[in-house]
Design a protein around this ligand. Structure first.
Ligand code: ATP
Ligand code: MG
Length: 229
């Protein structure tokens, strides 16, 4: 049995003055290489909070979190950016591209941050080519469609080459055709490159593409469909 890329049991309570919100409540979860897992649930059910915990953007109120068997709870804040860089990349609904950089520069930036100096431009071009954007490399984000921007974000995940890709509503701003294309590219990363894709979505149209689906309500996983063999 392979070591899960992620294993944890997570609780997150937000405190706003006197009000406490239990956004994620004892969610036990394992994620494996090569699987594409969907996280469905109504607004406010805790999906973004759970992704942020797995991605070490938020710290859990209690519980534990292991990435490739490494327990991260005991690590100090200073270690978290390094952990994130090594294990995690994010794809958001809002595309999170640098507006002043072209598609190519956005991808190259990630390679440079990873310390890839050799042939960074060539590698970035190949990544954009693989998501079907060979003819859009020198466009700024503002001149790309929503689907194209999301594909640049996927090319950046390719550049980051992290084992876990966390996607929060990746098709949220896209029409059906572009939404499907984006999900198929993510699926390809899971099957061909053994990435673990964990995607929160409201989008029932893409349900069929997941290997496994978790349904979340009131901070808890209430149901699961599919499963890891
Ligand atoms: N920073 C915060 N401080 C206090 N409460 C928060 C904070 N972020 C989220 N919450 C609360 O935690 C709960 C879960 O929010 P979360 O954003 O994780 O839900 P979600 O499932 O991603 O919703 P959506 O589908 O609308 O994106 C909500 O009740 C929300 O109001
Ligand atoms: Mg959300």
């Amino acid at each position: 049995m392979d070591t899960p890329v992620f294993a944890g049991d997570l609780t997150k309570i937000y405190s706003e003055g006197k009000v406490e919100v239990k956004a994620v409540s004892s969610v036990g979860l394992e994620l494996h290489e090569g699987e594409m897992v969907g996280l469905f649930g109504p607004s406010g059910s805790g999906k973004t909070t759970l992704l942020s915990l797995i991605g070490c953007i938020l710290r859990p109120t209690s519980g534990f979190l292991k990435l490739y068997g490494i327990e991260t709870n005991s690590l100090g804040e200073a270690a978290l950016p390094g952990i994130r860089k090594k294990f995690i990349s994010f794809i958001f609904q809002g595309f999170n591209l640098f507006p002043a950089l072209t598609a190519l520069e956005n991808v190259m930036l990630v390679l440079k941050l990873k310390g890839v100096e050799d042939n960074a431009e060539q590698k970035a071009k190949e990544m954009l080519d693989s998501v079907g954007l060979a003819d859009r490399m020198h466009f700024l984000p503002r001149d790309l469609s929503g689907g194209e921007k999301q594909r640049v974000a996927i090319a950046r995940s390719l550049a980051a080459d992290s084992p876990i890709i966390l996607a929060d509503e990746p098709t949220g701003n896209l029409d059906q055709g572009n939404g499907r294309k984006v999900m198929e590219l993510l699926k390809q990363l899971a099957t061909e490159r053994k990435k673990c894709i964990f995607a929160a979505t409201h989008d029932n149209r893409v349900e069929g593409i997941f290997d496994r689906i978790l349904y979340m309500e009131d901070g808890m996983i209430i149901r699961e469909k599919g499963g890891h063999a």
